[in-house]
Design a protein around this ligand. Sequence first.
Ligand SMILES: Cc1ncc(COP(=O)(O)OP(=O)(O)O)c(N)n1
Ligand SMILES: Cc1ncsc1CCOP(=O)(O)O
Ligand SMILES: [Mg+2]
Length: 568
Amino acid sequence: MASATFLSTLSLANKNYLLLTPTHAYAKGYTNNFRVSNLPSIVVRKEGSVRSQGFVAMQEKGGSTLSDDSRTKTPHVLTVAGSDSGAGAGIQADLKACAARRVYCSTVITALTAQNTVGVQGVSNVPEDFVAQQLKSVLSDMQVDVVKTGMLPSVGIVKTLCKTLREFPVHALVVDPVMVSTSGDVLAGPSILSTFLEELLPMADIITPNLKEASALLNGMQLETVDDMRSAARLLHNMGPKNVLVKGGDLPDSSDAVDILYNGHNFYELHSPRIRTRNSHGTGCSLASSIAAEVAKGYPMLSAVKVAKRFVETALDYSKEIDIGNGPQGPFDHLLRLKSHSQACHRQQPFDPSDLFLYAVTDSRMNKRWGRSIIDAVKAAIDGGATIIQLREKDAETKDFMESAKACLRICHLHGVPLLINDRVDVAIACDADGVHVGQSDMPARVARTLLGPEKIIGVSCKTPEQAEQAWVDGADYIGCGGVYPTNTKENNITVGLNGLKTVCMASKLPVVAIGGIGVSNARAVMEICASNLKGVAVVSALFDRECVQTETRKLHEVLLGSNIGST
Ligand SMILES: Cc1ncc(COP(=O)(O)OP(=O)(O)O)c(N)n1
Ligand SMILES: Cc1ncsc1CCOP(=O)(O)O
Ligand SMILES: [Mg+2]
């Protein structure tokens, strides 16, 4: 038994339970910090009934031992479903949902469908023995936590699946009883119904029928009200699954979407705003996969369903305007990434080090002193010849900062000038800025890179060769080196001088921009250190603590043009 403080045992109904925090409690025996050595003997079952103070009970059946082990287990869902060539539903939706929910997803393909936003034009079932072969390949090698099923187009395939699951038990089985596609095309005929009901449903931890599917499973029962859905959930539960989620998205006359979750003890009525969108193809597959993903992470069923619903709703809402295909039902964007790229008029340009030539860094205090908005300051700097802008708004309220950043972004993009945000990676993400500049005590560049993605620009302040090397290792695009000269703009900032700048430039594998006390009088001296990777100067007060930003920027631009910056 593990010795960690968050683990303890509890005797309940003469059975031993392990008490783990939800994040540590791990389906089928793995936790972030612990690995259960006797895997098949651990089953999460009683979480609903014996939860106490945020702990989840895991029933221990056969004297398993937990051993402290630094291995971490990657949550893993295996989807057994059909391929959708249009990639809105089926295997493709499952993969995207699991990726979005940060869970590994392997795939067993049961059928190929020729499908698009208009409908299903063709279906070709995969031979049963090849479905069996795929199942065995995955389950005999990989530690699958949850199997999620979608299109199971033949009795043979359902039987094969059930047989394989008995041979290779997994922690949980999520069954999405796909029978008819959203376009109305039949994906699994009535012939499979009895095998489905007799063999698969009793093995399921949850089934997720919509109204039509619930009706089909219940011999054509009419489902028109929330009470009907409750009755259906109870009847379906009697067929063996541990939980039933009847989805009421198609229920008429309701402004909310209502789903009923029933676990044999309690009914949960889950309300959410109805999202009116054409782009809902694959919603059912995605919801079931997301539930599977949360269960694979170790969450109890109710939490898994709630999180999955919230995720799908967010994705649907985000994807309302996405325009793919000409049919009545389009796909949605699970990763919430497509819109900003397809709809923004600006496409992110790859980072060009020559953009560092005249780097204008705004300062909220200076703007206030001279009675300028950030937007006016940015416009003037660009008109004067600034080649990149950084918003360094140390005193701004986040909401105001975001508004100004969005407005500045529009101006910058009109002029082909990149806009970076100082310090605030959250603001950069929220307004889709071109990148960030971070210092040694800000968010590490490596973390910023994972949050911002590969195409955004990241600059890091460096005073030493070691910091420059780390910035490169961390995936930065450039470094800012300084203060080259003393400055009043940044308090307690150590001055590195021209020698320090040269040392860092020589060591840096990244392009460098010099900063600190630089203006028209000394910019030339900076440039004359003759380092080929010194690409420009970054300036605050010499541009913004002046009456006319445009004039000062233009003057500096002329000085820089007369220099040999970055050319040696
Ligand atoms: C281009 C450029 N170089 C250096 C800095 C300084 O960043 P940091 O060290 O994080 O200090 P603050 O600007 O946040 O006070 C910079 N902003 N830009
Ligand atoms: C932000 C920063 N980082 C190093 S020096 C400095 C301030 C630069 O401001 P100025 O150009 O007014 O000296
Ligand atoms: Mg900073």
